[in-house]
Design a protein around this ligand. Structure first.
Ligand code: ADE
Length: 230
């Protein structure tokens, strides 16, 4: 059973990678995959890079080349729902692509030919991730629900409000999760995702995001991953 640990950016996973200094590194599709053990478990860790295509490529490689049997994504996201604030933790129950619109051929947000706009995360892996997040970050407020993904860094208050109005159930926004969820659905591989809120996806998002990824994101990921595997 090999668990894949994925983040988009180095700042989100550097503390996890530091725990695996002697693992073998393999470059596939221009990405470095760290293959080895963490807390005695078979692990492959990788940086997906940013955006849905990069994330989908990475997920496919993890399953096909590296034999990943479960995939956990960890990183940061912008808070959308009113109570989802910087420093909170969001564990995804499902994902949707907020920038997918093949209407009028298919309903807005629906993934063409799948008959659905959302992909659920794996229930038992998600439960494990919730327990790990609670154990690792007991002070943080934890939310569970829909995360939306798209190839945009949402960084204006009007755009954030428009997303909230269009998708009132969305807790947070990021740029990769829905792509990984779709690949995992296709491949029959359990998927779970946890995101710490780095910004409110508003006019201050770029400043808050930069500070959070520099100062907090990696520590949060490492604490959660250690609790999950430990
Ligand atoms: N990841 C973290 N903050 C984000 C935002 N505001 N938009 C998209 N992805 C993000």
């Amino acid at each position: 059973m090999r668990t894949a640990i994925v983040s988009a950016m180095h700042e989100e996973l550097s503390a996890v990678l530091a725990l695996m200094p002697h693992e073998s590194r393999q470059v596939v599709a221009g990405r470095e995959f760290w293959v080895g053990q963490l807390h005695g478990r078979e692990v492959v860790a990788v940086l997906s890079r940013i955006g849905k295509v990069a994330a989908a490529t990475t997920a496919a490689m993890l399953v096909e080349r590296f034999g990943a049997r479960e995939i956990v994504f960890t990183g940061v996201a912008g808070g959308l729902a009113p109570g989802v604030q910087v420093g909170d933790v969001v564990v995804a129950d499902s994902f949707l692509q907020h920038d997918l619109d093949a209407s009028p051929i298919f309903p807005k947000y629906e993934v063409p030919l799948y008959g659905t706009s959302t992909f659920a995360t794996d229930t038992s892996l998600t439960e494990r991730l919730v327990r790990a997040a609670q154990q690792a970050l007991p002070q943080a407020k934890l939310h569970r629900g829909l995360i939306v993904s798209g190839d945009r860094f949402v960084s204006t208050t009007p755009e954030s409000r428009a997303l909230q109005a269009a998708l009132p159930n969305a807790l947070a926004v990021e740029m990769e999760g829905a792509a990984v969820a779709q690949v995992c659905h296709d491949c029959g591989v359990p998927f779970a995702a946890v995101r710490t809120i780095s910004d409110r996806a508003d006019d201050d998002a770029h400043v808050d995001f930069a500070r959070f990824v520099r100062e907090v994101a990696s520590r949060h990921s490492a604490a959660i991953v250690q609790a999950l595997l430990g």
